[in-house]
Design a protein around this ligand. Structure first.
Ligand code: ZN
Length: 425
C-alpha cells in the first residue's frame, strides 16, 4: 500500500512538473536593461482567439482604504503617529536563493539568477539594514485610494499615511512567487506549506535531495519571522505584495490549465492543487500579505497585441484572481510599459487593463517614482530592485540604494559567480 501511494505521489509530481515545463520565466529587467533569462521565452497564448466579451471576468470595484488599517494621527500605546506625505519607497525582490551551490553551479541559468536574485544571506542583511534605517512596512494597496473627482469621474488619490514618528514607509513586493520548475532545480524552495504550528513554511529539497521544511530559506517566511522578532517593523501588520503569474500555477501549486488538449488527469490534479493552495492563501492574507497580477503568461506588454493581452488577462482573472481575490495591482513583466509609454499617454492596452479593475501599474526603475494619471483613474509607479545587477552596480547605482543599505556590504561575493563589480570606492 505504502508503495502504491509513493508511486501515485511520484506520478502526481511528474504531472505537476511537466505541465508547465515551459522555458524559465522571467526575472524582470529594468526597462533599460535586457535579461538573458527572460528574453522572448515566456509562454504566450499567441494564437488563441480573442475572449468573448460577454463571458469576461470582472473584478470587484477598487476597494476604498479601510481607515482602521492605518490609523489617524495621535498617540497610541506610547507611539506618536504623524502624517507622511513624502515618497513611499518601494523595493521588489524575486524569490531568494536558498542554496547558492545549486543556483551558481555554472549552468545556463546561473548568470540570470546572479543578475536578478539575492541569496537568503543577502536578503537577511537587507531586512536588517532597512529596519535599522527606520523604514516600516506598509501595503501597496493602502497607499492610494479611488475617489470621485470634481468632474464626477473616478480618480486615484494618495492617502495620507499616519506612521510612527521618525519612521519612513516602505513597500515590499515579490515578483514571480510561483516556484517555477527552473527555480526548483536551481536552489530555491519548492512551495509554501502550512506547518504544524499553523504558520506558513517552505518545503523543498536540499542539494543532497533531503526534504527540508523551514522558515529560514524563503523570502516570504523569512519576512514573517523577521516581523515576529521586530513587530515595530510592521506597525500595521503589512508584509509584502506577491506578484503572481499563472502559467505554472501559484505559490508552488500547479493550478494552471494547459494551453490546449488538457487531459482529464491534468484537470484532476489541477483541482487538487487548487484545494491545496487555498489554506496557504488564506493564512498569507491573514498575516498581512496581499496579491497582484504579473500577467498569466509573463507577457511583455510593450510587445503584445491587445487581443493577446485580453486573452491573458481573462486567464489570469479566472485561474489566479479566482483564488487570491480581486486586486488593483498590476506588475509589468520585464518592467515593460504598454502602448509604448504609459507615462506620456494612455493607450488601448492600458485602458483595457484599467477596465478590468487594475489601478496601480508598477514597473521597475531607479527610484520609487509614482504618478497619478490625470486622464484615467490609475497610478503608475516604479520600484527599485535589490539584485545582482544593482548590488554589483557602479557608485552611482550604489547611491540609489544607500538610504536602504550599503550594497557593497550586502553582496556575498563568496557564493556568487566570479563576475565583476562596477563600483570604484
Ligand atoms: Zn517577472
Amino acid at each position: 500500500m505504502q508503495r502504491i501511494i509513493s508511486i501515485l505521489l511520484l506520478l502526481a509530481m511528474l504531472l505537476a512538473l511537466t505541465a508547465c515545463a515551459s522555458p524559465a520565466a522571467a526575472p524582470d529587467a529594468p526597462p533599460e536593461e535586457s535579461s538573458p533569462v527572460d528574453s522572448e521565452t515566456e509562454e504566450t497564448p499567441e494564437e488563441a482567439p480573442p475572449p468573448e466579451e460577454e463571458s469576461a471576468v470582472q473584478q470587484e470595484p477598487y476597494e476604498i482604504l479601510d481607515p482602521t488599517v492605518m490609523p489617524e494621527g495621535g498617540v497610541r500605546d506610547g507611539v506618536t503617529y504623524a502624517a507622511w506625505d513624502g515618497i513611499v519607497e518601494h523595493l521588489f525582490f524575486h524569490p531568494v536563493v536558498a542554496y547558492p551551490e545549486l543556483a551558481f553551479d555554472g549552468d545556463a541559468q546561473a548568470n540570470g539568477i546572479d543578475d536578478y536574485m539575492v541569496t537568503v544571506g543577502e536578503y537577511n542583511k537587507i531586512l536588517q539594514s532597512v529596519y535599522e534605517n527606520n523604514y516600516v512596512l506598509v501595503d501597496i494597496t493602502d497607499v492610494w485610494s479611488e475617489t470621485t473627482g470634481e468632474d464626477g469621474q473616478p480618480k486615484m488619490v494618495r492617502n495620507t499615511l499616519y506612521i510612527p514618528e521618525g519612521k519612513k514607509p516602505l513597500i515590499f513586493s515579490y515578483d514571480d512567487t510561483n516556484y517555477y520548475p527552473y527555480m526548483l532545480e536551481n536552489g530555491f524552495t519548492y512551495k509554501l506549506v502550512i506547518g504544524d504550528d499553523g504558520k506558513v513554511w517552505s518545503w523543498g529539497l536540499d542539494p543532497q535531495g533531503n526534504e527540508v521544511t523551514s522558515r529560514d530559506l524563503d523570502a516570504i517566511t523569512i519576512l514573517d519571522k523577521f516581523v515576529e522578532e521586530h513587530p515595530d517593523f510592521s506597525p500595521f501588520g503589512a508584509k509584502g505584495s506577491l506578484s503572481l503569474t499563472g502559467y505554472c500555477g501559484i505559490l508552488g501549486y500547479r493550478t494552471q490549465t494547459e494551453k490546449e488538449n488538457q487531459s482529464a488527469a491534468h484537470e484532476e490534479n489541477r483541482q487538487k492543487e487548487r484545494e491545496a493552495v487555498k489554506p496557504i492563501i488564506e493564512e498569507l492574507k491573514r498575516t498581512g500579505w496581499t496579491f497582484g497580477s504579473h500577467t498569466w503568461g509573463h507577457i511583455n506588454l510593450a510587445k503584445k497585441s491587445l487581443d493577446v493581452v485580453k486573452e491573458d488577462t481573462e486567464k489570469w482573472l479566472s485561474e489566479v484572481g479566482e483564488l487570491v481575490g480581486a486586486t488593483p495591482i498590476l506588475y509589468y513583466p520585464h518592467g515593460a510599459r504598454p502602448d509604448g509609454d504609459d507615462v506620456k499617454q494612455t493607450g488601448p492596452i492600458f485602458q483595457y487593463l484599467q477596465s478590468k479593475g487594475f489601478r496601480v501599474f508598477a514597473s521597475v526603475g531607479i527610484n520609487s517614482y509614482s504618478k497619478i494619471k490625470g486622464d484615467i483613474s490609475a497610478v503608475i509607479c516604479d520600484r527599485l530592485h535589490p539584485d545582482g545587477t544593482t548590488l554589483r552596480g557602479s557608485d552611482k547605482v550604489q547611491s540609489w540604494y544607500e538610504q536602504f543599505y550599503n550594497g557593497r556590504e550586502i553582496i556575498d561575493l563568496t557564493v556568487r559567480p566570479q563576475r565583476e563589480v562596477h563600483w570604484q570606492s
